[in-house]
Design a binder for this molecule. Structure first.
Ligand SMILES: [Ca+2]
Length: 269
């Protein structure tokens, strides 16, 4: 149930240079990051919206700015075409998917360290990841209960997260924040993430996961956030989409090549 389907995108063969920018400094936005009033037209229910198809041309010239473990990545603010992007969670996924990428999935502490370095280095307030609460059709399985503990997964890679209420196996720390919006109403006792705080304010389920930079004086930490909030994002190569597009091109006898990420951009967190 974790794998989402897709089909063949249209083909076009045009090569152009990557639209890379020097990473701008001091990008911290000035508006508050979370727990806002629910908009009249909310996009929080992402389960009924459609995922974008990969675009072969975009996959070929995807704008990778760093690589790790043979995957290419980019932060939206570092790519000219997306430098000003602040988008809701599903739109962020779809922008990534057209490049044969998806929002970043953070399966290891090393990868999390890499994201923390990016966020601190650029003083970013927050970014979307592919983290998602299973709160849609098919999520009533016993092994996913309670969903706030056992129902989180990486929609980019299809990998299930460790239970949210303890340090993940192999990690030396808990990446979810130990505090947040609810703490201020809890007699000084911290309420950890995921806390689904906005649901009690305006009925919006906090079903999507972002990394916030010290918004609650908690450092760079994972938070559940309502999916309609608009944020910049980090894309990561999707093996599934890259494999699919490469196989599709081969089947068509195309000589178009979807390149691996460039070795010289490899980083070591
Ligand atoms: Ca939260």
């Amino acid at each position: 149930m974790w794998k989402l389907g897709f089909c063949v995108a249209s083909m076009a063969i045009v090569v152009s240079s990557m639209d890379l920018l020097e990473r701008p400094r001091n990008q911290r936005p000035t508006d508050p990051p979370t727990t806002t009033q629910k908009p009249e037209t909310t996009t929080e229910d992402t389960s009924n919206r459609i995922l974008s198809l990969p675009d072969e041309e975009k996959c070929m010239k995807r704008p990778i700015t760093f690589t790790y473990n043979d995957h290419g990545y980019f932060y939206s603010g570092d790519v000219e075409a997306h430098a000003e992007d602040k988008v809701d969670w599903l739109e962020a996924r779809n922008i990534c998917r057209e490049y044969c990428m998806d929002l970043v999935s953070i399966e290891t502490p090393s990868e999390n360290d890499l994201l923390e370095e990016l966020i601190k280095g650029d003083d970013l307030a927050y970014v979307w990841t592919s983290g998602r609460l299973c709160n849609f059709k098919g999520c009533d399985r016993d092994d996913l209960q309670p969903v706030n503990v056992n129902g989180w997964f990486w929609s980019g890679s299809g990998v299930k997260m460790a239970p949210t209420n303890s340090t993940p196996p192999g990690w030396s720390y808990q990446p979810w924040s130990d505090t947040g919006h609810k703490t201020q109403f809890n007699s000084g006792v911290k309420v950890a993430q995921p806390d689904n705080a906005e649901f009690e304010i305006n009925g919006s389920v906090e079903a999507c996961m972002g990394i916030l930079n010290d918004i609650y004086q908690d450092g760079v930490k994972w938070h559940d956030i309502a999916c309609y909030h608009t944020k910049p994002y980090v894309c990561e190569d999707s093996d599934q989409l890259l494999d699919f597009v490469r196989a599709s091109l081969k089947a068509k006898g195309s000589d178009m090549v979807i390149p691996p990420p460039p070795e010289e951009l490899e980083v070591d967190p």
